[in-house]
Design a protein around this ligand. Sequence first.
Ligand SMILES: Cc1ncc(C[n+]2csc(CCOP(=O)(O)OP(=O)(O)O)c2C)c(N)n1
Ligand code: SF4
Length: 351
Amino acid sequence: MNVINPDLAAPDTDAATELTARDFTTDQEVRWCPGCGDYAILKAVRGVLAEAGRRPDDVVFISGIGCAARFPYYLASYGFHTIHGRAPAVATGVKMANPDLDVWVVGGDGDFLSIGGNHLMHALRRNVDLNLIMPNNAVYGLTKGQYSPASATGMRSPSSPAGSVEAPVNAALLALGAGARFIARSADTLQDHLPGVLKAAQANKGASFVEILQNCVVFNDGAFEAVRDKGLTADRTLRLEHGQPMIFGKDRDKGIAVDWQTGTARVVPVGDGGPVYDVTDHDQTNLALATILARMDAPDLPLALGVLYHAPADDFTVQRGDAPGRVIGRADLTGLLAAGKTWTVGDADVA
Ligand SMILES: Cc1ncc(C[n+]2csc(CCOP(=O)(O)OP(=O)(O)O)c2C)c(N)n1
Ligand code: SF4
């Protein structure tokens, strides 16, 4: 493990100084493959950080291992490139020790859903105030293309040469099941959409989970045609807006009608100008609706993008009764480790 970004360039920020994306940019050479979707995500993240106005030295990016996990190198904030799957646990410690920090966690679908599924689940259910972003390329990129828990059934890869027989994990559903109170979805290519979703995630006080569909040009190119192909996006995706009827399509001529009895959704035609009888309004506080939206996918239904669920609840610091601004002082780790019941292993104990 290494603490990175020694060149943390905290600009002379005071309340009056306007930050730009450059203030969050390091001198590190960005080492993703040409055309990787992570570039676009990085661009959006830098812009959102600048707009949020937190000083770079108030921001921390924590990652596990993977291509996506390289984010901390490229952001002029504090950063910690930790261990595969463990970033949510490390981030929880950072946030608990200093609740005033703006803590982001970045991990790929392997990092968050496979080896780190456990840590992700607990950060979500505890509602630790973290912004967890998961570039989902549905493959293990860094280790050269093995199938991941998010890979489509049938995907051939070095570790599934005859085609995966498994159903992919639905990340949004998993987050809902874990008790997450903020769940959103966007995509690398949607630069008119992703920043807004990230802003909403950052503004939420609690665990915010954002799945970002990301193209891995080398090992899983075109996995998310619905968001990559401009000609298809309008008809294959639904952009959610809280309180607004769920209408989509190039000509805005289709809507989503929810059947609350069966918990299913169907596409209905939307008439010209007249009242939209059947179309359901999006309510991001509605858990049942979020479950239906999370499951929607091709070929019958559009993929739901935006904030699927946002039902704010006390974050972990409030649950444990912190006074506002509480910062934990220095701990005596050695004393802590030596406290309580300790013993010395002698020869007799070694069989
Ligand atoms: C404990 C441990 N197990 C396995 C690995 C090997 N490993 C590194 S990254 C990775 C998966 C990367 O895939 P993903 O998290 O989806 O990120 P991507 O590279 O696609 O962005 C694996 C299996 C590791 N570094 N550490
Ligand atoms: S292997 Fe895939 S995810 Fe990794 S940098 Fe290359 S294109 Fe991006």
